[in-house]
Design a protein. Structure first.
Length: 985
């Protein structure tokens, strides 16, 4: 046995006389990577033997010794006591690292692949390994059979992990991501929520996680195509599996850690002892934590494999696992057993009896472990045929071995060791007397004295403090604060992430400081103050300063640095931040065109330079202003309207005034000219006149009401079942509606000025109060006019419109304009000189005079308003409201008179009012034509044929025509198109 005198001592061989030898038998360092297993029943001495094993390994081998203790019954503390007695307390503090979990959580950064990439691992492989290892951990916790009951969820989890590592979209997919090379488990939960929100029954591809990998993106897209029930089942399976990590506070902290405080790569070259005491965790959490330890160790060993093979002969990485039976069913443990030799890894497994592996992992796992373990050390256990066959030899058959084990004294072992010489057979199995319990151990004959115990406890406290501060989890979960819905809606933010709000504020402050063009650095306090103002403007609680700092540091939208000259933290936008914060005025034709957009950006710049924080809104057809602004010295919110068609459409500006006042905002109306030398004041005067006196007073003294684009309807209008629309006889070919205000009544006049009807309220308006009403039969295409007992039928729209005109609803100031009490100006008219930013100027128009923009805040604060709207409202006010559909009275683009005679102009007007481009939009030709026909009918415009309309539509808006095969038939579609409100009616 001379070849077994150096290495890990396992006991004293018992000679033929039953006496133990003087020198212990050892497993040489060269044989340790063939692994060993200790099997004995409870009380058989496994724990004390493990303590001796570690002491011997620390003394005889050059490399780390790692213990995973699942029971937490004092094994780690007793080892450290024995270590302190044998090697000294100073050595204990210097070379032993103890993690009493969960009090001290090891600072693994599970989802961090930076070190793998630094060590030359291909990115695609590092990502796949991480996804596989996460799946392996979930299998260890749930059990493989239960985990794989779901067909789609396991694979989808791995795809979602890959989206978070995506080079192009990874930081966007999570929340407040610092890098695409690592993320917290909460980020994985967040991306699951992203997909869930984007899915059926109303799928939104734009809201789902994105990937630059076509295979990953295809798999994500397929989830959005599922029916709602299937989608819910799949996502439920994903969430249920992630919950095994998320619902455990301790595991969540470990998996959320993004800073690699503890990494096996840093200890592989050290002769140190690392003790993972998992006794404070639940059984499922023990499995998960063990999975983290094993996968992290495997990654480190695999990357250092070639280097480790060049180490001295006594170098071994020792991994000891107490109660290993519940872990042997895992793929990662089997991989370490199979490949450990190439990594110089020795695995020592402690079991109650080997058959536990058969019960927990199946026959195949059991046999694999027996075959991969070179040195079985067996105590008093119940022996089955497999272990008996492994231990049998020429002089002892399996049944004799079983009998010998049954008669084995408690504490005694039978060992079978391989030969240190390649190609030779090792000694026959032999009996071992146990090593004595080491001095210092609490159950030894020589435990620590009271003084030594106190010194040990003091050292243990320092060991734990060092483990926590130097090697423990460092980072909490990423911030979770979202921008409140009220703030997001008020300032038209594209996402609820707080860094999106910060990015838009940074742009505003850059404009105020006149450093926007060069994306200049600006102080953080200025940004935080403006963000707080926006929150307070809608009575929302602003986030804490510390949380804003955390969000800034993590965000991919914001660049942060220290200005050494001012000793202040400054920020600016990254390239992604520029894209998020840049104004998007929209793609709908109703948004106003290039000149309108240029004017809007001029206004943004000029107002910003005078202290306003301006947000330009996306024009998508919904009712919102062109922009919104706040001022640090004002409690009010200002709605900005760039009016390019106001003089020709007074009702439009009055609708904008109404919308702002209903929201409690002060509107700023901007008018301008395309040429720098063109006088813009007459236009400003006209707008101011409309606002100050919202009725049309003729030279004769008659007061006419401005007319909206909304027809007067009853029960939904002529195109609804049982509904009708008001009409009047057509005179002199004019379709205009004229309403006269006369002694508290509203008088409808024809083109000749003759009275057609007189009403006192539009709320109580009935069918009998108007000259006539008509209905439309969509099946027959027939128009029927009901004129006070007479019925007129028309087979075509042309015939109908030859004799009748629809009656439009007037804008009634006393009814439509809400009462406001701002204690300051109720609106402002601003005149813009040109769309050339270098020469653009903005002035305030006030009753024929201009006031410098620098005085705007003082001017706005003045309660005086040169307005006779109050008297006008009193004259026109009648209790009640309108008798028209809300949708029909919305803010719609002006319809040119030319549209009534020129079909191309009519289609352009329809596109302005009803269509918009949308990346994910898709309409059938029938849907578009039906919207056009209804719109044209509502506005007394001739409806052209479907073929003629289809040929002309592409001249006015961009879209793609495609043919798709769906539900067994071919369907033509217009992709890239969507309807907005008026077109959906």
């Amino acid at each position: 046995m001379d070849e077994f005198r150096e290495g890990m001592a396992i006991g004293y061989a018992i000679d033929e006389n039953g006496e133990p030898e003087d020198k212990p038998v050892c497993i040489p360092p060269s044989l340790l990577p063939t692994h060993y297993v200790r099997a004995a029943t409870t009380g058989g001495g496994k724990s004390k033997s493990l303590t001796n094993d570690k002491l011997s390994l620390y003394e005889q081998t050059d490399g780390p010794t790692i213990l995973i203790d699942a029971k937490g019954d004092g094994l780690c503390e007793d080892y450290m006591r024995a270590h302190a007695r044998r090697f000294g307390v100073d050595d204990l503090e210097e070379n032993v690292l103890h993690f009493p979990i969960p009090e001290v959580l090891p600072g693994f950064s599970f989802f961090n692949i930076e070190r793998q990439l630094e060590n030359g691992v291909r990115r695609v492989d590092a990502i796949q390994n991480k996804a596989d290892h996460y799946e392996e951990i979930l299998k260890m916790v749930m059990g493989e059979e239960r985990y794989e009951r779901a067909v789609v969820a396991p694979t989808l989890i791995k795809y979602l992990i890959k989206t978070l590592y995506d080079d192009e979209y990874g930081r966007e997919n999570g929340r407040y991501r610092e890098s695409v090379d690592y993320f917290a488990h909460d980020q994985l939960e967040y991306v699951v929520d992203q997909l869930w929100r984007a899915g059926p029954p109303e799928p939104d591809e734009g809201a789902a996680p994105r990937s630059s990998n076509p295979q990953v993106q295809r798999r994500i897209d397929r989830q959005l195509q599922l029916d709602p029930n299937t989608f819910t089942t799949v996502m439920g399976g994903v969430s249920n599996r992630l919950d095994y990590i998320s619902q455990d506070e301790h595991l969540r902290r470990v998996f959320n850690n993004t800073e690699p405080q503890f990494d096996f790569r840093d200890v592989l070259d050290d002769r140190t002892v690392i003790l993972f005491d998992l006794g404070g965790l639940r059984d499922e959490s023990v499995k998960a934590m063990t999975g983290v330890i094993l996968t992290e160790l495997y990654n480190a060993l695999r990357e250092r494999g070639e280097d480790l093979q060049q180490k001295p002969d006594d170098y071994v990485v020792n991994l000891l696992i107490d109660e290993a039976s519940s872990l042997a069913v895992s793929d990662i443990l089997n991989t370490l057993l199979e490949k450990g030799r190439s990594f110089r890894l020795s695995m020592g497994l402690s079991l109650q009896f080997p058959e536990q592996l058969d019960v927990k992992g199946g026959r195949e796992v059991y046999l694999n472990v027996l075959n991969d373990v070179g040195s079985p050390i067996i105590g008093k256990i119940a022996v089955d045929n497999e272990i008996a066959n492994v231990m049998a030899h020429e002089d002892m058959d399996p049944s004799e071995f079983a009998n010998r084990i049954r008669s084995l004294p408690r504490g005694e072992w039978i060992a079978r060791l391989p030969s240190p010489t390649f190609g030779e057979t090792g000694p026959e199995p032999f009996s071992l007397a146990p090593l004595p319990i080491p001095p210092g151990h609490s159950e030894s004959d020589d435990p620590l004295t009271a003084r030594e115990e106190q010194a040990f406890q003091n050292a243990l406290e320092r060991i734990h403090e060092r483990a926590d501060t130097e090697y423990g989890v460092m980072t909490d979960a990423p911030p979770s604060t979202q921008t409140p819905t009220a703030v997001r809606d008020e300032f038209d933010l594209p996402a609820d992430d707080l860094d999106t709000a910060l990015a838009t504020v940074i742009r505003s402050v850059q404009l105020q400081e006149r450093v926007r063009e060069e994306n200049g650095w600006i102080p953080v306090p200025d940004v935080d103050s403006e963000l707080r103002r926006r929150f307070e403007a809608v009575d929302a609680d602003p986030p804490a300063i510390a949380e804003l700092g955390d969000v800034r540091e993590r965000s991919h939208l914001i660049e942060v640095t220290l200005d050494s000259e001012r000793n202040d933290i400054v920020v600016r936008l990254t390239e992604d931040g520029e894209a998020v914060a840049a104004p998007d005025t929209g793609h709908v034709r109703a948004a106003g065109g290039e000149k309108h957009d240029a004017a809007l950006l001029d206004v943004e710049q000029l107002l910003s330079e005078h202290g306003f924080a301006v947000t330009v809104f996306t024009q998508d057809g919904s009712e919102k202003p062109d922009a919104r602004a706040t001022h640090p010295d004002s409690e009010h919110i200002f709605d900005i309207e760039v009016e390019s068609t106001t003089p020709e459409n007074p009702a439009k500006i009055l609708q904008n005034l109404k919308r702002a006042h209903e929201a409690g905002h002060i509107p700023l109306f901007v008018v301008g000219s395309d040429e720098a030398n063109q006088d813009r004041l007459p236009t400003a005067a006209r707008v101011d006149q409309i606002l100050s006196s919202p009725v049309n007073t003729l030279e004769s003294g008659d007061v006419r009401l401005y007319t909206t684009d909304a027809s007067i309807t009853f029960d939904g209008g002529a195109h609804r079942r049982e509904g009708v629309t008001a009409v009047r006889p057509l005179t002199d070919g004019s379709k205009r509606t004229n309403w006269l205000l006369d002694e508290g009544s509203y008088v409808l006049l024809d083109a000749n000025g003759d009275e057609l009807t007189r009403v006192t309220s539009f709320e109580s308006l009935t069918r009998e109060d108007v000259p006539a009403v008509y209905s439309y039969n969509q099946t027959s295409g027939e128009f029927v006019v009901y004129e006070h007992g007479n019925k007129h039928r028309y087979d075509t729209k042309v015939e109908f419109e030859r004799e009748w005109a629809r009656i439009k609803r007037p804008f009634v100031p006393g009814v439509d304009l809400p009462a406001v009490d701002f204690n300051c100006r109720e609106y402002a008219v601003l005149a813009l000189s040109s769309n050339d930013t270098d020469n653009a100027s903005l002035v305030i128009y006030d009753d024929g005079e201009t006031i410098p923009l620098s005085d705007i805040y003082e001017w706005l604060s003045s309660p005086t308003q040169n307005s006779d709207r109050t008297s006008t409202k009193a004259e026109t006010k009648h209790q009640g409201g309108q008798h028209v559909d809300d949708a029909e009275s919305s803010d719609t683009p002006e319809i040119s008179e030319k549209a009534y005679d020129d079909p191309d102009t009519a289609i352009a007007a329809f596109v302005d009012a009803c269509l918009c481009t949308a990346d994910d939009g898709s309409l059938t030709p029938d849907e578009v034509y039906a919207a056009y026909a209804m719109w044209a009918s509502n506005h007394d415009i001739s409806v052209e044929s479907k073929n003629w309309f289809a040929r002309r539509l592409g001249d006015h808006i961009e879209f793609e025509r495609e043919t798709v095969y769906q539900d067994g038939k071919t369907t033509r579609r217009y992709t890239g198109l969507a309807l907005h409100p008026e077109g959906k009616q």
